[in-house]
Design a protein around this ligand. Structure first.
Ligand SMILES: Cc1cc2nc3c(=O)[nH]c(=O)nc-3n(C[C@H](O)[C@H](O)[C@H](O)COP(=O)(O)OP(=O)(O)OC[C@H]3O[C@@H](n4cnc5c(N)ncnc54)[C@H](O)[C@@H]3O)c2cc1C
Ligand code: FES
Ligand code: FES
Length: 484
């Protein structure tokens, strides 16, 4: 997770491209599909490999029926994360262990998760069940403690329309009972016959093919036309532009040299392939921003967080993009690279209008940097949506204050859903600077905020409602600081 990539690597000229086969492990066997064989992992496993256990529900990352596990080598062990195969480019499977519901089966009996689901009456039509089984198998394979909270969090991306969640929750109790004493998860699940034995051979197999992952570079080239894309996790692109996705885009997600979280003095650097889950498990982030776990729990679901990159969130430029809002408050800087030039701009200057960016088509976000909060920093993120989980915001907002002797020295306040872009509230931030936090300051901040937002009414609420929400959220930011 360190180092900084050379710019030429993003833009290999066309004549260097070879139709290299991808190479990964699918359940127990190694496969080498051509990148052109299928666009997504879902289509490959169902249509090419005829593994129909993985279901197609929404094809938009919402339902979890298509959940698979993706194992890769991390610090000498295999780490499994759940992902939605409907949004996962086939190219992103290169060098990984892909586990479908068939891959967690025993030939002659149900596995622990399947038995627990059956014993708890946790399935009716069964369409969503494979997704739940896979997510819970991933939970068994994870380093997480066996707690009810963790088990339920593991299935936060799976929707069941008919059975009801209580019986599924009861199944997690049975599973947790059997996970007591789990230390080395892979050894544990194999020894206790929770999952098939072949899982213990995956590490060696992945080590053997890991060298080849470097050859992925050969199918990466510069996006040269409007219909070529830089692809991160694909969680926006494969929803919004599914029909335009081709195997000759520039895939960033799988490239280790682009996945770094590092720190120099108090500045933190993120690579373009860093996902939300990478941030949630990074020691640098959890030490400096312990609340990040709670903030990011409000964003999408476990499988989507496992795929969604921070750079992708910035470039998607949704006016309610949660990480755009979070990093606007932190005054993040973005480095943009193209063959011709390299430049750094503040994220606060990146958004020019609805989905209009200060970025040319061939520029890539190659690095994100921001100052880590210090002991005088107050950082908060708030999001209101119709559902608590797996829902986009009606309004979201973040605040970053540097406070010394009760006086705000520096303020960064951002808000989404109240204008055509993710907004840095410059006037309100300036207003807060030099002020003590008291009721007058809060009222003044709210009045200033109203002069710089321009919400519109839509399915997420009327303009007046969104203004009221932001007013309440500014109180939620500042009221805990009263009397400090
Ligand atoms: C079910 C579901 C729930 C979601 N919930 C939320 C939510 O709660 N909050 C939220 O904010 N978002 C949510 N999203 C949106 C999405 O997950 C995020 O915006 C995510 O961070 C996008 O990252 P990605 O890597 O998947 O982007 P991609 O889809 O790969 O790319 C998005 C855009 O960024 C460009 N891009 C990617 N990386 C780079 C780079 N390094 N340089 C230049 N351009 C780049 C792509 O070309 C594309 O234009 C949700 C999506 C789904 C499917
Ligand atoms: S099909 Fe619904 S999440 Fe993939
Ligand atoms: S069992 Fe039918 S939708 Fe889940």
């Amino acid at each position: 997770m360190s180092g900084f990539p050379k710019v030429e690597n993003y833009f290999l000229p066309l004549n260097k491209i070879k139709a290299t086969n991808l190479h990964f492990i699918l359940n127990e066997k190694e496969v080498k599909p051509l990148p052109s064989e299928a666009e997504t992992v879902l289509d490959y496993i169902r249509s090419v490999q005829n593994l129909k256990g993985t279901k197609i529900g929404c094809r938009e990352g919402d339902c979890g029926a298509c959940t698979i596990l993706v194992g890769d080598l991390q610090d000498g062990s295999v780490r499994y994360r759940s992902m939605t195969s409907c949004l996962m480019p086939l190219v992103n499977a290169h060098g990984k262990h892909i586990v479908t519901v068939e891959g967690v089966n025993f030939p002659d009996r149900l596995n622990l998760v399947q038995q627990a689901m059956a014993d708890s009456g946790a399935t009716q039509c069964g369409f969503c069940t494979p997704g739940f089984v896979v997510s819970l198998a991933g939970y068994c394979l994870s380093n997480q403690d066996a707690t009810k909270e963790n088990a339920i969090a593991a299935i936060d991306g799976n929707i069941c329309r008919c059975t009801g969640y209580k019986s599924i929750e009861r199944a997690t109790d049975i599973i947790n009972e059997q996970l007591k004493g789990k230390n080395d998860p892979i050894e544990f699940v194999v020894k206790n016959k929770i999952l098939p034995e072949y899982f213990s051979e995956i590490k060696e197999k992945l080590q053997q093919i890991s060298e080849e992952t470097k050859s992925l570079i050969e199918i990466i080239k510069r996006p040269e036309a409007a219909n070529k894309f830089f692809v991160g996790g694909g969680t926006d692109l494969y929803v919004q532009r599914h029909g335009d996705m081709k195997e000759d885009n520039s895939f960033l997600f799988n490239r280790r040299e682009l996945n770094f979280i590092s720190k120099e003095k108090n500045t933190c650097f993120l690579g373009p392939a860093v996902t939300v889950s990478d941030l949630r498990t990074s020691e640098i982030i959890t030490t400096a921003i312990p609340q990040f776990q709670n903030f990011s729990k409000l964003v999408s679901s476990t499988p989507i967080r496992n795929m969604a990159t921070i750079a992708g969130n910035f470039v998607n430029a949704s006016p309610i993009g949660d990480f755009s809002i979070f990093f606007l408050a932190l005054d993040a800087q973005i480095e943009l690279d193209s063959i011709e030039k390299k430049r750094t701009i503040p994220l606060r200057k990146f958004y020019k209008g609805y989905k209009q960016l200060d970025k040319t088509l061939d520029e890539i976000i190659s690095r994100i940097s921001f100052e880590l909060p210090s002991k005088n920093t107050y950082l908060n993120f708030e999001k209101i949506s119709k559902r608590t989980h797996l829902d986009i915001a009606s309004v979201n907002t973040a605040i970053c204050l540097n406070i010394e002797n009760g006086i705000i020295q520096k303020a960064g306040l951002s808000a989404g859903g109240v204008g055509p872009i993710p907004m840095f509230l410059e006037k309100t931030s300036t207003y807060l600077q030099g002020k003590k936090i008291n009721n007058d300051t809060i009222s003044g901040a709210i009045e200033t905020m109203k002069t710089e937002i321009s919400p519109i009414g839509d399915v997420r609420g009327s303009a007046a409602y969104k203004t009221l929400l932001l007013e309440q959220l500014i109180k939620a930011h500042l009221m805990p600081l009263l009397n400090n």
